[in-house]
Design a protein around this ligand. Sequence first.
Ligand SMILES: [Zn+2]
Ligand SMILES: [Zn+2]
Ligand SMILES: [Zn+2]
Length: 332
Amino acid sequence: MNQLRREPLLGRWIAVLEHSLKPDEYAFSSETSSGTCHICQGGGGNEEVEVLYDADGNWIVKVVRDSISVFAPYGDLGRKGKGMYDLMNSYGETELVIESPEHDVPPEDRGREHMALIIDLFLRRVTELEKDEKIRYVMVHKNYGLPSGDTSGHPHSLITATPVIPMRIKAELDGAKHYYGYKERCIFCDILREELRLSERVIMDTEHYLVFCPFAARFPFEFWILPKRHNCSFKEINEDEKNDLATVMTVMLKRLRKVLGNPPYNYVLHTAPSRIPRMEHWHTLGEDFHWHIEVMPRIKRLTGFELGSGMYILSTSPEDASKYLKEVSDGD
Ligand SMILES: [Zn+2]
Ligand SMILES: [Zn+2]
Ligand SMILES: [Zn+2]
């Protein structure tokens, strides 16, 4: 029988089909626009923020300001009401982390040290962007392949700073607080323990991370990377955890590509907001929230039912998806 599952953090119900689709039963394309890549063309005149070079003086990773971003770091917030509605200026910033000088060589193919450099940059840029007092949230994310929103096709990730806490983050903070309110435990630490105990959705279990397909995921083959040490903020990651994360990211992005055949995907890094408004409301945030990375393959289009109901249909069960991702070999 097909099954309905309730996701414990947000309370969202999803449907899992009884017969899982195999990886090759999905039809998708990772193609981006066929035109010339604006990053290879020199970055479209975007201002450079930070550039890392190899021993020969060639750049290997670059952070630039995204000049066509929705958000711009000028002026004030301009909060105002218009009748019953609220509006404000799109104050903020988007930075592009160009993860490779070569259009066809993604960071996971450049090795663990390269991935560690990128994670280091995430840390430095998030810390820097959060210094702006008007910024409420900074989110690291990645779009790969056209269905994910990527148009350049060049390996890159993005760091977006917004003057508000986005709804999805707020929902997670509220869900975590609610759970903590009656169990006095972090929901993510509980999920970690439960997934380790059951082991049926675990893909990787390293010294510092658990990688698993969530019990009630939204997307087939979705997986989470959850640090084993409780901490609400990615910024508190230590050197060992950073190196381990570089390994996990390298291995998992390669496995995803191998199992599904170069699928489009998004990933997002969820961490605590820098400055916490309504401190009284979120006063337990340090104990109840736990940073993590969500990786969402975009191999299936959403239906009207999914959009209208928020109830996603999972055409491959998390148990089956984790097996494919666990059992695939890491060799080339
Ligand atoms: Zn390019
Ligand atoms: Zn925790
Ligand atoms: Zn999350």
